[in-house]
Design a binder for this molecule. Structure first.
Ligand code: 6PG
Length: 236
């Protein structure tokens, strides 16, 4: 089995458990003298996770200054736009936790896509040590899944230039979920992450979920799960 499945009664319960496990993972790694790198996603459920992480941080000490923040994907909009993944992470997580600016490696949705991808590739390579396959080994990627089985900004029906990309990040020009232009971690980069947790909530996802958790999936999240040794799926 390439995934473990945890079911929760509500989005809040899911967010609470994910935040608690994330904090535990940070504490363990930092206690071992290392920094912790995380890749954040967009979508709805991360907002609940961010709020929970902040609440839990008021109750126990968390070494957030040793956490480096990257993004799994970003929409090509300015950071003032409500579609910006960074905007809500900043508002709900980074500012409340007073994360130092030098720990934040956002994807630059406001500059030409090719430049943003080049910058993102070098930032990740410079700040996260390479793992077995030569790509940076991010400690944890926090993924979501859309109704069509997409994850990050990797959508069904993409061509080989997307599926076979060997760089950490790539540009997406025609995302079916608005906005059409995005920057996303590649399949290879997600495969290279040490841990991957998929936070799934919201209606209309049953059919995609059955596909991606099957032994022969056809949808993007299924491809990711098959490419990894282990993936944790949290479902509300
Ligand atoms: C994005 C995403 C995307 C998201 C899923 C799930 O920026 O659009 O990173 O992959 O995680 O679409 O989003 P919901 O949780 O809102 O359904």
């Amino acid at each position: 089995m390439k995934h473990s499945l945890l079911r929760f009664g509500s989005d809040t319960e899911l967010a609470r458990a994910a935040a608690s496990d994330w904090i535990e993972a940070i504490n363990q790694r930092v206690a071992a003298g290392r920094r912790f790198s995380v890749g954040l996603s967009g979508g709805r459920i991360p907002l609940a996770l961010f709020r929970e992480a902040v609440v839990q941080s008021t109750r126990k000490s968390v070494p957030w200054q040793a956490v480096d923040f990257f993004w799994v994907d970003e929409r090509c909009v300015p950071t003032t736009d409500d579609q910006s993944n960074f905007k809500f992470a900043e508002e709900l997580l980074l500012k409340p936790l007073q994360i130092p600016a030098h720990n934040i490696f956002r994807l630059r949705g406001e500059i030409p896509q090719a430049d943003a991808v080049t910058l993102a590739n070098s930032q990740l390579r410079e700040n996260v040590p390479a793992g077995v396959g030569g790509l940076p080994e991010v400690d944890l990627v926090l993924l979501g899944m859309g109704e069509d089985g997409h994850s990050a900004s990797l959508f069904p029906g993409a061509g080989p230039e997307v599926v076979d990309c060997t760089e950490p990040f790539l540009a997406v020009q025609s995302s079916p979920k608005p906005p059409p232009e995005r920057i996303t971690m590649s399949y290879a980069q997600i495969a290279a992450a040490k841990d991957a947790w998929v936070l799934i909530a919201g209606p209309g996802k049953e059919a995609a979920l059955a596909d991606v958790l099957s032994d022969s999936p056809t949808l993007p999240l299924g491809r990711m799960i098959q490419s990894r040794r282990a993936t944790r799926v949290l479902l509300a």
